[in-house]
Design a protein around this ligand. Structure first.
Ligand code: HEM
Ligand code: HEM
Length: 235
């Protein structure tokens, strides 16, 4: 969008970076301080679960956001950062995001297997499988089209707007599904046996984290929006 911050980096990009740092800190405080920590192997199965929100948020939300913003995070006049370097940064950040996401989904399946809980019964889990699969497919299609072996110049030109809008849609799915995940986990914690207080510090922290994640999604969409008044004819 046309809002400019310092040195040619859009103001929404700066806002998104700040929210990304805040979301990371909040989910770590929740899972480590309130929920007892993180482990992929433990007798305490809850610690295995805890790695799920942390990895999903770091991967499909925070790193995905940073990857999407990577073309806009440095002022355009910084010619030292070539287009090729920006493209490799974008591709690599999305690859790490995807790897963390896959590990996060593996962790929650492992938790379910070891705690004897059935799989794939919830809306969150169905949208979750769709999101991680679409993210992986999108990455592969983009890699083949824009990097190696790379399509013709004409194909790239017609594919790039589709790539950008479909990429934002997959990212929006991850943001929405994180909302469902936070809500579902908080509802479990508020039921028996823990009966967490509805107005307690932990409940507020989880709801606030979800809100920061939502606002991060909004900031990323606004940072990448190309507002073009010439496309509208019915004024
Ligand atoms: C943003 C990306 C996310 C994706 C793609 C995702 C994906 C998934 C998937 C596929 C499952 C099903 C596991 C199974 O059936 O064995 C699951 C379970 C679960 N996730 Fe997430 N998740 C995400 C974020 C979160 C977050 C941020 C939380 C917050 C705590 C969360 C909480 C849960 C809970 C409580 C379960 C177990 C109950 C259920 O299967 O619905 N998820 N997730
Ligand atoms: C799931 C993974 C990916 C997602 C979600 C994604 C998302 C996006 C988004 C939202 C944009 C628009 C950014 C903007 O307007 O500033 C974009 C641009 C772009 N992406 Fe991706 N991307 C992914 C993977 C890749 C990969 C693997 C490549 C391979 C090189 C790639 C190449 C590009 C290119 C060339 C652009 C155009 C940048 C420009 O000219 O402004 N993307 N991507």
């Amino acid at each position: 969008m046309q809002l400019k911050g310092h040195g040619g980096v859009g103001a929404w990009t700066v806002v998104a970076h700040v929210l990304a740092v805040a979301a990371t800190a909040l989910v770590l405080v929740w899972c480590i301080h309130f929920r007892g920590g993180l482990a992929l192997r433990s007798h305490d199965k809850q610690l295995i679960f805890n790695t799920h929100p942390v990895l999903m948020l770091l991967g499909l939300v925070v790193l995905a956001a940073e990857a999407i913003l990577s073309y806009r995070s440095f002022p355009q006049h910084m010619i030292l950062i070539s287009r090729d370097a920006r493209k490799k940064t974008h591709l690599a950040l999305h690859a790490v995001a995807l790897a963390l996401g896959v590990l996060g989904v593996y962790a929650v399946f492992k938790y379910h297997a070891e705690a004897d809980i059935p799989n794939l019964y919830s809306l969150h889990s169905w949208i979750g499988i769709a999101t991680i699969s679409l993210y992986a497919l999108h990455w592969l299609a983009a890699f083949l089209t824009f990097f190696f072996p790379g399509a013709s110049q004409a194909t790239r030109r017609s594919a790039v707007p589709w790539h950008a809008i479909l990429g934002l849609l997959v990212f929006a799915l991850a943001i929405g599904n994180a909302q469902l995940g936070f809500l579902e986990k908080l509802t479990f914690l508020q039921g028996p046996p823990l009966r967490l207080s509805r107005y307690g510090a932990e409940a507020l922290l989880v709801n606030f984290t979800a809100l920061v994640v939502l606002l991060l999604g909004v900031a990323v969409v606004l940072a990448t929006a190309n507002v073009d008044s010439t496309r509208y004819t019915a004024m």
